[in-house]
Design a binder for this molecule. Structure first.
Ligand SMILES: O=C(O)CCC(=O)C(=O)O
Length: 230
């Protein structure tokens, strides 16, 4: 029996992992939505796995909980992302956001079972400008729609399909929302089992996302960690 298995072809090599980390990916922008910046495959496989394992090890999604919020100093397994943004991808935000310390002091961890989504919304105004969304484990389409007047927080679904933009988020992608993209556009994920984009059908699986934000000065912090059903 031949023993010519090429393990590096199957699993990749350490060298590839180093290369993967060292190459900076381009920051994609969308003319129609100023402030929306997307880095495809921004996180290496190793980084995605270590985030996913840490979330599972911390039991954030135990019982029926599919959402957890962390306020204040973020745990180390998340905190490195702040330096990663500043050192590697400062182009994600304007200087006024990059200069603040800490960059983020609140995290929302969401777990979506296959086919689940999140209502179209604008993040609450008690959070500063400059949001970062990290996608893990599965793809989904995030739909951006012009904000309704009362769109802060989780209102009824926005079904206005005029002027909507679908953004494909794959595992390892990082999406930054600031300025118009943060205040004048809603973001949401429709519940469906299969997404379709550019003639391509992409089946959903279980997806985890990490959303990082900064609470406005003077806003009351909630308990340091809460878990709930979305
Ligand atoms: O899961 C995502 O990608 C987005 C999450 C989000 O918008 C939220 O939790 O407010």
């Amino acid at each position: 029996m031949s023993n010519n298995i090429n393990w590096e072809d199957l699993f990749g090599s350490d060298d590839e992992e180093v290369e993967e980390r060292e190459i900076l990916k381009p920051i994609l922008t969308f003319d129609a939505i100023p402030g929306l910046r997307l880095i495809k495959q921004a996180l290496s496989h190793e980084e995605q796995m270590s985030l996913t394992h840490a979330l599972i090890d911390h039991n954030y999604f135990s019982g029926n909980a599919n959402q957890a919020m962390i306020f204040g100093e973020l745990p180390d397994f998340i905190n490195w992302i702040e330096h990663w943004v500043i050192d590697r991808y400062p182009g994600l935000y304007g200087q006024e956001i990059l200069n603040r310390k800490p960059l983020f002091d609140q995290a929302i961890l969401n777990m979506y079972k296959k086919g689940e989504g999140i209502t179209s919304h604008v993040d609450l105004l008690r959070f500063e400008d400059g949001i970062l969304i990290i996608s893990l484990m599965s793809s989904c389409i995030m739909t951006m729609r012009p904000a309704r007047k009362d769109a802060t927080s989780y209102h009824a679904e926005n079904t206005d399909d005029n002027n909507k933009f679908d953004i494909l988020l794959r595992p390892g992608d990082v999406l930054a929302l600031s300025k118009e993209a943060r205040y004048d556009w809603e973001h949401g994920i429709q519940s469906r089992l299969v997404d379709e984009i550019d003639g391509q059908q992409i089946e959903r699986g279980t997806r985890i996302s990490i959303t990082l934000r900064r609470l406005k000065h003077g806003e009351q912090e909630m308990q340091s960690i809460t878990t709930s059903e979305r």
